[in-house]
Design a binder for this molecule. Structure first.
Ligand code: SIN
Length: 285
């Protein structure tokens, strides 16, 4: 197994490891330590079945079943299909997943520990693979905050919500409305703006454009510009890792440590098919 860090403050690549085979404890520990340090890891060349992706993902914890049940892989509810492919005129998965900066499941009281996305088909045009995914480090964002701003943020609590984002995304009606029962599973939740990573204790700036819609007890006219300032700070170009996909990449990211955004620069007939597993959160800090 070979490890190469990216030149950004986050991200690493692992080659020479076949995740279809059982991973021994010592190797797993190396992966986990690297993951806690770099926030994003790509394992190249993984030709995994659904069962193998689920088995490796479970090494990190229990798996979430996504609220958008219409986008789950038939027979494998642990796998969320992220794809622009239509079958019989209908989307086979979330066609517009994550095209805004976000941290998966930050709208849960106990946000997801990590997500693992396996590239099964990637869109390619003119010798270039499209559909990149950008990552930004929330730890680097915390570390580089102006000290006065950090002190101001210390007591603040942010409100995160899934239905807020779902409605924005569904303006064109492509996703179908969430049922009342689905909505009940995702009420708004509150997280401190400055959090500690629940496993490593590392400080992070935990607000994201996708799901953070307000600050508790702060008037919208004050909260919105402040939130925008934080979103811009987190996603400054020097804080980014840009992932260029290859078929067989299994990319995993820590949802406390990083945020991400999918770039939609392709359309059918160029196809993109990804399978995502999402690991449940560990107990809150
Ligand atoms: C996601 O946010 O889970 C999807 C990211 C991607 O499709 O690149």
């Amino acid at each position: 197994m070979e490890i190469k860090n990216s030149s950004a403050p986050l991200g690493a690549e692992i080659t020479g490891l076949d995740l279809a085979q059982p991973v021994d404890d010592a190797t797993f520990q190396t992966i986990e330590n690297l993951f806690h340090e770099r926030g994003v890891i790509v394992f190249r060349g993984q030709n995994l079945t659904e069962e193998e992706q689920i088995r490796f993902s479970r090494r990190f914890g229990d798996l979430e079943i996504h609220v958008a049940t219409q986008c789950l892989r038939p027979g494998y509810p642990e796998i969320l299909v992220v794809s622009n492919i239509l079958e019989g005129g209908k989307p086979i998965g979330l066609a517009d997943a994550g095209q805004y900066w976000h941290s998966d499941l930050s709208y849960l009281r106990n946000p997801s520990r990590c997500s693992l996305l396996l590239a099964r088909e990637v869109p390619e045009a003119g010798g270039r693979v499209l559909g990149e995914t950008l990552f930004a480090s929330a730890a680097y964002a915390y570390d580089t905050l102006d000290p006065d701003l950090r002190a101001k943020l210390q007591p603040l609590v942010a409100v995160h919500g899934y239905s807020y984002r779902y409605q924005l995304q569904n303006a064109a009606g492509l996703r179908g409305a969430l049922s009342q029962d689905q909505l009940k599973t995702v009420p708004d939740v509150r997280h401190p703006v400055l959090c500690r990573h629940p496993i490593t204790g590392r400080n992070v700036l935990f607000v994201n454009e996708g799901f953070t819609h307000s600050l508790e007890g702060v008037a919208p006219e004050e909260a919105q510009p402040l939130l925008q300032q934080l979103f811009d700070h987190i996603t400054r170009p020097e804080a980014l890792y840009e992932h260029h996909w290859r078929v067989g990449d299994l990319l995993m990211w820590d949802n406390w440590l990083v945020q991400h955004r999918a770039i939609r620069n392709y359309e059918l007939p160029l196809r993109r098919l990804m399978h995502r597993t999402t690991v449940a959160g560990v107990l809150k800090q």
